[in-house]
Design a protein around this ligand. Structure first.
Ligand code: TXA
Ligand code: MG
Length: 329
């Protein structure tokens, strides 16, 4: 099998990756949240390949990654003041803003919706790639998490290679930047209404968002009816019952039996015969280790994994959101 991974890519490989994207190929790259499977956001051929490789339903919209807030207006219109405040405060960072789209954002990116998701990632390799790509004429890199649809997101280049390697072509690349710092996907904030609304919790918490926006600016919409209708129809990860799922049965806050995998904060003991998959010191570490621990459970062919959910707000809330979606009913 071909090895697609380039470890700690030098300038030469960043240029190669950017050229590859411009020709409609795929480049997986690290971000601070999880690895993304990138294609040029204006190249329909490349975008179609993302859907094929991920086996993702093609009305499911993609996040467009850009290098700087100066590129916002290229993709989004009628940007409310509060969205600009959020962008100033948290970008580059683990936050995606949903805004009304311009004509640059075609239906093949947005799943036909009138909005587009935008993000500036806080990862050096991702930013070098984005800058090179934009200097060479690219407008943005669309990138969903680089896993098969509905499965656990990748937090290392090995995860990407093992999930998607066999579906990639000789011209596709995986840029290896080691493990992701945060480990769970970005906070998604709908910015098409009078105030921000969190669609997917993440490392940027609601508390942090409302600290910036104690008095959100009122955003005038032209038509009252259609935007709210759109919001109800909006396609984001929360809509799907099963997501982020390992192959093992995943039970939350249960008592583990011998032979089960266990993921829990380090103070919680491992009962005899259980396989400890992670013992994070705090919620940050919990997020950072969660997906690789679930994957390790699958590699070990465990039948059942028990997770004792972390308590508290902020990122712990986002972890519980993912676990609720990943758990076996
Ligand atoms: O941290 C992240 O956000 C990672 C890294 C690679 O940036 N990306 C990621 O992408 O998690 P993905 O496609 O796996 O999840 C993005 C979610 C999807 O559930 C999608 O439905 C939602 O964002 N989304 C994208 N555009 C949207 C839009 N215009 N309106 C509502 N939801 C949108
Ligand atoms: Mg995903």
């Amino acid at each position: 099998m071909i090895e697609h991974r380039i470890v700690s890519p030098t300038k030469k490989y960043i240029v190669k990756a950017s050229e590859s994207l411009l020709s409609g190929n795929l480049v997986a790259f690290p971000t601070e949240t999880v690895y993304g499977l990138g294609a040029s956001a204006t190249n329909e051929k490349g975008i179609n390949r993302i859907y094929e490789v991920k086996e993702r339903p093609n009305d499911h919209p993609l996040i467009v990654h850009i290098s700087g807030a100066s590129k916002l207006k290229l993709w989004a219109r009628e940007i409310p003041e509060y969205a600009l405040d959020l962008a100033n405060e948290f970008w580059p960072g683990p936050m995606t803003l949903i805004l009304k789209r311009t004509n640059t954002a075609k239906d093949f990116i947005t799943g036909g919706q009138d909005t587009v998701g935008l993000r500036i990632p806080n990862n050096e390799i991702a930013l070098r790639l984005l800058r090179e790509f934009e200097n060479a004429g690219g407008l943005g890199i669309a990138a969903p998490s680089a896993n098969r649809f509905g499965k656990v997101s990748p937090t290392s280049a090995q995860h990407v290679e093992s999930d998607l390697g066999r579906y990639l072509s000789n011209s596709d690349l995986i840029l290896d930047g080691g493990e992701c710092d945060i480990g769970i996907e970005s906070t998604i904030i709908d910015c098409t209404q009078g105030k921000p609304k969190v669609l997917r919790p993440g490392a940027i918490s609601e508390t942090a968002i409302f600290r910036i926006n104690s008095e959100p600016a009122i955003f005038q919409t032209k038509t009252e009816k259609s935007p709210s209708l759109k919001i109800r129809e909006i396609k984001h990860s929360g809509k799907f019952e099963s997501h982020y799922s390992p192959n093992a049965i995943l039970n939350l806050d249960a008592i583990p039996n011998p032979g089960d995998g266990l993921i829990a904060i380090y103070q919680k003991p491992t009962p005899d015969g259980c396989i400890r998959l992670a013992a994070p010191k705090n919620s940050q570490e919990f997020a950072q280790q969660l997906y690789s621990a679930l994957r390790r459970g699958d590699e070990l062919k465990l039948k059942r994994i028990v997770v004792l959910q972390p308590e508290g707000d902020e990122i712990a809330k986002a972890i519980r959101d993912r676990l609720q979606k990943a758990k076996t009913k």
